[in-house]
Design a protein around this ligand. Structure first.
Ligand code: SF4
Length: 367
């Protein structure tokens, strides 16, 4: 199935961090100014090579984009500026300790209208233990400065299942986060990957039951506070769902720029190299996968079912010329009976319990 429309979303990866956290498996590098200077020159070149015209969303993530020195940060903002006309949502990721007034001002002037701040925990001892260099007071200051600067769309990130975080402590995290009145909250479950300090230290991921309980705790408390659980790990106030991330979950195409970034253009999913030397030599793409019809269906089901919007059966039929409900009737009916899925007219979407075991549901719905 060929996609002919140009993507409307752009992801830009800035891999530098002031320090490296013990659990982190993202594409990241210790910040060195000289590398960052070269990186920005190459990033501009890669960006221009795509001849991007019109965008709806831009997301600058990392790494830690705010780790750049102010002059380089301004260079980054100016590099993205030509693509911001008409953009509905323009997000920057930030760490609390490097979200300075200067950088907030540069972002505001550059058209950024959403910030995603890595909080991870609100307990200063836990933050020290996972080698984060901020404390909860830094988060309060960062949020307050962002509000004063006029940012009215703030996401705060938490990690679910960090070691030594009991249900009681996690509940305190949620209450602390809520006290800052964010517009969006993300809670991602801890994964322990090779090449991390957590892996070397044999730190374990939370078991499924405990993680599920923490998600349920988050869901109850956040719903009581007017948040909607719109994706497995994401809650938003009305109208503050992340448009950019919904691009991924609706299985729409997007540009991915920068070290280790992934993109999806014209029925091709690609991943950029994670090797800085290769990247600086403009050898950007490491892997390309032409998405087959079967894979296309799998991505469509797997991604759309992550959200409370679920799958539009009509859209599925239009795209793949087959009726998903007719094809998988017995499985879908059984999931509905077990209160894992809901079928509402054209829309097939997961319940909370369905979201918690989504992988196994998806396996039964694909060929
Ligand atoms: S968690 Fe964020 S700040 Fe920490 S090393 Fe990873 S990308 Fe950098």
């Amino acid at each position: 199935m060929t996609r002919i429309n140009k993507p409307k979303s752009l992801y830009i990866h800035v891999p530098f961090c002031e320090h490296l956290c013990d659990y982190c498996d993202f594409t990241k590098l210790q910040y060195f100014r000289n590398f960052a200077i070269k990186y920005l020159i190459t990033l501009k070149d890669e960006l221009e090579s795509y001849q991007i015209e019109e965008l709806d969303t831009i997301y600058v993530g990392g790494g830690t984009p705010t780790s750049l020195d102010d002059d380089l940060f301004l260079q980054l903002i100016n590099l993205v500026k030509p693509y911001t006309k008409g953009v509905k949502e323009y997000t920057f990721e930030a760490n609390p300790e490097s979200l300075s007034i200067n950088k907030l001002k540069m972002m505001k002037d550059g058209g950024v209208n959403r910030l995603s701040i890595g909080v991870e925990s609100t307990d200063d001892e836990i933050l020290k233990m996972i080698n984060r260099h901020h404390n909860f007071n830094d988060v309060k200051i960062a949020v307050s400065n962002a509000r004063k600067m006029g940012f009215d769309n703030l996401n705060l990130d938490l990690i679910i299942g960090l070691p030594n975080v009991s249900k009681t402590l996690f509940k305190k995290d949620l209450r602390n986060i809520l006290s800052l009145n964010p517009d969006h909250i993300s809670c991602y479950s801890l994964t322990v990957n090779p090449n991390t300090v957590f892996f070397i230290n044999k730190i374990e991921e939370p078991n499924e039951e405990f993680a599920r309980d923490l998600y349920e705790l988050a869901d109850c408390l956040l719903k009581e506070n007017d948040f909607t659980h719109y994706e497995i790990s994401n809650w938003a106030k009305k109208g503050k769902e992340s448009l950019h991330n919904l691009t991924y979950w609706k299985d729409e195409t997007y540009y991915g720029i920068g070290l280790g970034a992934a993109g999806y253009i014209d029925n091709i999913r690609y991943k950029n190299t994670k090797n800085l030397n290769k990247y600086l030599n403009k050898d950007y793409i490491e892997e390309k996968e032409v998405v087959s019809d079967k894979e296309d269906k799998t991505y469509f089901i797997m991604l759309n079912l992550r959200t409370n919007q679920g799958i539009s059966l009509a859209k599925y039929k239009e795209k793949f010329s087959e009726d998903l409900y007719e094809k998988k009737k017995s499985q879908i009916d059984s999931f509905i009976k077990r209160k894992l899925l809901v079928l509402d007219d054209d829309k097939l979407y997961p319940t909370f319990e369905g979201m918690m075991i989504l992988d196994s549901l998806v396996l039964d719905l694909i060929d």
